[in-house]
Design a protein around this ligand. Sequence first.
Ligand code: URA
Length: 432
Amino acid sequence: MRAVDLIEKKRNKEELSKEEISFLLNEYLKGNVPDYQMSAFLMATYFNDMTAGELLEFTTIMRDSGDIVKFDDVDKFLVDKHSTGGVGDKVTVVLAPILSALGMGTTKLSGKGLGHTGGTIDKFESIEGFRFSNTREEVVSIANKTGIGLMGYSDKIVPLDKKLYSLRDVTGTVPSIPLIASSIMSKKLAIQSDIIILDVKVGDGAFMKDINQAKELAKRMIEIGSGRQVKAVLSNMDEPLGYAIGNANEIVEAIETLKGNGPEDLNEVVYTIALLSLKAKGEIKDLSEGKKKIDEVINNGSALEKLSQFITESGGNGNLVNDYSLLPQPKEVMEVLSAKEGYVSKIKAEEIGKAAMIIGAGRATKEDLIDHAVGIKILKKVGDKVNKNEKIAEIYYNDSKNVEDSKNMLLDAYVIQEEKVEKQKAILEIIE
Ligand code: URA
């Protein structure tokens, strides 16, 4: 078999056999197919898509390129919630303790932020002493004590995705539905869980800019996972989730949500995913039934206690859930005032994510170091009325180098119009 023949087949919209896909991917992993040939194949895929059969085979070979992690020794109903990446997305930090307080467990891989999107690892690493587990044994030990099993990505799990993603990143082939679907699902299928819930973000700050694309991505990921229980929610990313964008400040917002003071949109996403989990576990028949159970673990403090335990077990000081001064603090605050009066119709989430990145809250490249103390707080959401010169955001920073640019990006991100605007729903669709 020759790689060039397989590239030509994909270019000509012919279907590749299982053997052909296996040859291409396995030889690429071994270094026998060079990057330039794989790049051509990825670009041909970008334009010509994959059939369902090709996609399943592609994903299976990616999954099997590394370790498969089993959690048979965690005696809980296990939920793996995955977000396709957003701005202000601290859902895992809130959801995992809630699921734990409800008697379930979380087992999932968590990532670092890149570009305008944040990552769960970075948010938790704002906590002094916190160490992300990298081995199965550590994750099992913490998950058995706290119900929360978050594991950092390692080179041993789906190494093929790492290699392919780096290539896609520099060849303009990231935003391809089959390539995103196989990349995400190969990692989901490499980790044992009882249900996979995909939070597919839609809008300005997401890979999927419109709802039809997002539906297609969700549908194809569910198809790939047909041997497992997979559900999806489509959630709005035409504004950041919640008010805090950064790292330490997102931990504070997550804690406040566990104390019952959460922003409406963050609550909506967290509750919906928790309800889907309760239903999958068989505790409720209909999504309308379980809200009280979730309210209870928030109101009685048990979900917050789970987060505190998880922080302590991971090497941090769990008391910080009641003492935010234990988190890194920024030195300076800059206020951002609205340039005009009207109603907020959109907050370009990607622009907000970049405004946070350039002051140090995120990374432009994988090698960049981040400053966990800095970030942005937006004070107005879509649908809110603003007056001219009213404060719409605050920038928390340590280094003033890019702060003016950050402010201008924030001003540009706020789209304000004269006519009244409806508040947006956070959950656009549930695909069960
Ligand atoms: N997240 C992934 O893990 N892979 C992609 O290709 C896109 C988002």
